[in-house]
Design a binder for this molecule. Structure first.
Ligand code: AMP
Length: 116
């Protein structure tokens, strides 16, 4: 974990703007600034203690379950309940923000493709 707050912690603190679609005591969700699908929301635990989904699963499985339930709730609201859930894990897998987050992609996605 770096010493300075992550970009997502700065969104939680309202230091930088975001299109926030959900917030609870533990989780925030907002639209990705560079959407790769008709619906592209990031679901983020407010804590930046965990840098990726593996750490989150080991450290706080209940929070991971809450994050997945939030993804479903947002997909229910925004794209008929069907969605792709992506956790990039590691630089070579395309992770750029090391504060764990799920990409919720919905709308019409390319059949058979796992990419964005
Ligand atoms: P990842 O590459 O999995 O680490 O995902 C990071 C995501 O954060 C990318 O899809 C970015 O487009 C998105 N992102 C970066 N900065 C912001 C921001 N200020 N507001 C919303 N999304 C952002």
């Amino acid at each position: 974990m770096s010493n300075s707050p992550s970009i997502f912690s700065r969104i939680v603190a309202r230091e930088i703007p975001a299109d926030i679609v959900f917030e609870s005591d533990t989780i925030i969700a907002f639209r990705d600034i560079a959407p790769k699908a008709p619906v592209h929301v990031l679901v983020v635990p407010k804590t930046e203690q965990y840098s990726n989904v593996t750490e989150l699963a080991a450290g706080d499985p209940a929070l991971l379950a809450e994050l997945v339930a939030t993804a479903q709730q947002l997909a229910d609201e925004q794209c008929g309940g069907q969605f792709r859930l992506i956790f990039n894990t590691g630089e070579n897998a395309g992770q750029t923000v090391f504060h764990v987050h799920a990409h919720v992609l919905g709308g019409t996605l390319t059949e058979g493709s796992l990419g964005f």
